[in-house]
Design a protein around this ligand. Structure first.
Ligand code: ATP
Ligand code: MG
Length: 427
């Protein structure tokens, strides 16, 4: 017999028992974004490879070694999106959405990176991305942080994440700093690992982002970018922190927070947890005004963030406060030929009357005992029982599956609907 084909390493199925938590989380994400007036945008999963090279930058981890790139049948180089920011901006430029307008957008879906799979790090993972365009001030930076803060609170995990903040200044400010930083590391070459020696030439700021504990000290003593910021960048940053103070949102300034991507300027932030080991960043983002021109647009403003949903769910998994929706509320047992037909009809009537109720009808027959077993396994609170005898009398029996004390009742169809309406309060 042939071997079973298995899923690709690092790409996971979400099984039915896991989907309620996903759906619950997705609903809260939508609600929170909705209450700030953000619109959804839906984007392709595949883009031209050039888009990511030009936006993310050639010397980033993503472009250097993580992209799923392939040749289309006509020879074009295409890439499965490793993130959403580039595609979202590409779409807005292409459709002329950035001309004299502001936008507050979100998207949700899979991203692809060829990384070494481990807990919290997959090759296909889901991100919520939020992007805003056309707003230059620190107030929109603060609004994004407010959204995330509200999300954590609604999901009951505010105490599990902390906000880390930094400013990367402008390109010009960063260039001056970069030189100082390179000089500093040149005098400490012996402390650098292989990756950092390479980055010293390509992307020295990324050295600050190292996860190698042996380099902790050399990085901790490195000069700080904050000291190289001009007045405009500094005011932007201090206005943002003052706004957060006023709103009561706590944060930690992390001078070594540089983010992996090249396109950020001024504000950058991450929401970090200590509960997920080294995959502790749940959400990250910042301002990336320069990317718009880099992709051929007129000078403009952009700030956004992306949240890793698998990491978020890992934080929610042990949460006791979350009440997930049941998949089945009521299970209908049908015994006998007439009962099967009448049961199907009655089930449709119930669904018309109580649209929110989840009613599953037993299919493929079986003894009443085996149908009760299935009813119990479905998670339903009540079983509706229809035999040919009930059908001829125009009634149905209702039995609680969770409380043995509740007596079984026999009601006519209208009374049964009423009973279910009260039991589920969904009328
Ligand atoms: P990391 O430092 O963990 O590699 P990153 O800087 O590459 O993260 P971003 O590109 O900023 O991540 O993506 C935003 C968020 O998406 C991350 O904070 C994380 O929650 C999630 N994320 C990124 N890569 C993965 C992955 N391979 N698997 C699961 N989630 C991921
Ligand atoms: Mg990464």
């Amino acid at each position: 017999m042939a071997n079973n084909i298995q899923a690709i390493r690092g790409m996971h199925d979400v099984l039915p028992e896991q989907t309620p938590l996903w759906q619950y989380t997705e609903q809260i994400l939508r609600e929170v974004l909705g209450c700030y007036g953000y619109s959804e945008i839906r984007l392709p999963i595949v883009e031209k490879t050039e888009l990511f090279k030009r936006s993310i930058g050639e010397v980033t981890d993503i472009v250097e070694k993580e992209m799923y790139t392939f040749e289309d049948r006509n020879g074009d180089s295409l890439t499965l999106r490793p993130e959403g920011t580039a595609g979202c901006l590409r779409a807005c430029l292409e459709h002329g959405l950035l001309h004299n307008q502001t936008h507050r957008l979100w998207y949700y879906g899979p991203m692809y990176r060829h990384e070494r799979p481990q807990k919290g790090r997959y090759r296909q993972f889901i991100q919520l991305g939020v992007e805003t365009y056309g707003m230059s001030g620190p107030d929109i930076d603060a609004e994004l942080i407010l959204i995330m803060d509200r999300l954590w609170k609604k999901l009951g995990i505010r105490d599990k994440v902390r906000l880390e903040l930094n400013s990367l200044g402008t390109i010009a400010e960063r260039l001056v700093y970069r030189e100082t930083l390179v000089n500093y590391f040149q005098t400490h070459l012996a402390c650098l690992d292989e990756d950092s020696l390479r980055r010293l030439k390509t992307n020295p700021l990324r050295i600050l982002d190292t996860k190698n504990p042996a380099m902790h000290e050399v990085v901790a003593n490195a000069p700080e970018l904050m000291a190289y910021l001009g007045e405009d960048s500094l005011t932007h940053f201090t206005t943002l922190t003052a706004t957060l103070d006023d709103l009561g949102i706590s944060y930690v300034i992390n001078p070594r927070l540089v983010r992996g991507l090249d396109y950020y300027s001024k504000t950058v932030f991450e929401w970090v947890t200590d509960e997920l080991g080294s995959q502790g960043t749940v959400c990250a983002g910042g301002r990336y005004d320069n990317l718009i021109e880099q992709l051929g647009g007129k000078p403009n403003f952009a700030v956004g963030f992306a949240m890793g949903i698998e990491r978020l769910l890992a934080l929610l998994e042990n949460s006791e406060s979350i009440q997930l929706n049941s998949v089945v509320d009521v299970y209908m047992i049908r015994v006998g030929v007439q009962a099967e037909q009448a049961g199907f009809r009655f089930a449709e009537t119930i669904r018309n009357e109580l649209p929110g109720l989840k009613l599953q009808v037993n299919c493929d027959g079986g003894s009443i005992k085996s149908q009760f077993k299935k009813a119990d396994k479905s998670g339903a609170l009540y079983a509706l029982i229809l035999g040919d005898d009930e059908v001829s009398r125009g009634v149905v029996s209702i039995k609680s599956l969770r409380n043995a004390q509740d007596p079984q009742q026999t009601l006519n169809q209208a009374q049964a609907c009423e009973f279910l309406m009260h039991a589920y309060n969904k009328g």
